[in-house]
Design a protein around this ligand. Sequence first.
Ligand SMILES: Cc1ncc(COP(=O)(O)O)c(C=O)c1O
Length: 334
Amino acid sequence: MNGFSLSNKLNLTSLPTPLEPLFNLSRALGIDLWIKRDDLTSPAGGGNKVRKLEFLLAEAVSQAARAVITIGAVQSNHCRQTSLLARKLGMEAHLVLVGETPSRPEGNLLLSQLGGAVFHFGSRDFEEGQTNLQRITQELKELDKRPYLIPYGGSNRLGVQGYMAAYEELQEQARIRGISFDWIVHSSSSGGTQAGLLLAQEIIGGNEKVIGISAGPCAADLITNITALIRDTAQFLAVPSTLTTAGILIRDQFVGPGYAYLDGKTVDAIRIMARQEAILLDPVYTGKAFAGLLALARTHQVGRHVLFWHTGGIPALYSFADALGRIGANGCSD
Ligand SMILES: Cc1ncc(COP(=O)(O)O)c(C=O)c1O
């Protein structure tokens, strides 16, 4: 490690994930665009949460937990990856799922069900979900399941370390390829990914602008969360950090109608990435993040060497089939 040493972790995926140039999109946008393929973290359908879970589930194992419990939206990628990996490690997986109970499992929910997760539906919003999370955790304690509670999005001082390690991984890949990025653009929601990238960058001394495109929260809330995560992780690891809210860059204008609501710009962005680069994006996170990147690039608001960090989420595509088929033009004209 260069400047920091991290907590114990499990090896749950093959790293590094690929760093690839996007030639067609670079030509179309007039920038040098690359992609970091965290959609290809292998187990449990891929995505950014595996990096966080390497640290979180290491603690669950060290505490001899017999059950893992977490919370998320019904189509949560985090819940899918957590439940499948907890089961692989021999623990029960309990998911408190916020939102309407679907008539049948699709997308992420289907994969969590295949992996043997126990679903706890009935929370209409996150506040109610948190109350139910506490209640069910207590019930599991009484059953001597020694539950290990993972917060929303896997974002705490352990989860953040997944993206500290990821930043270091990127630096090494960029050094080998002889590239230096001006910008890193990625989807941000519970804030752990961005907190990890920024804290590692501060310690190592990188210069990229790290732009989080919000999938739902307003910029002010997300900045507050990321600041708290950075402070807590820095204190836990005993590393200095002077990052202030001014150093945390969030764009929240690409959320569209709201978290997990699809708009035309997101559908366009998904189609453009699929047609130009044969890479799939998801409707809730990476589609919106890439719609943001496209808008910024087209208005010359990004630098020359840009990295789009793909954070996964593709299983959710299958639960949006109706909306994706309905919105905008189909066919091969663009
Ligand atoms: C596919 C995908 N991308 C990005 C994010 C956002 O990451 P974070 O919650 O660390 O901000 C999530 C979070 O659920 C996700 O599932």
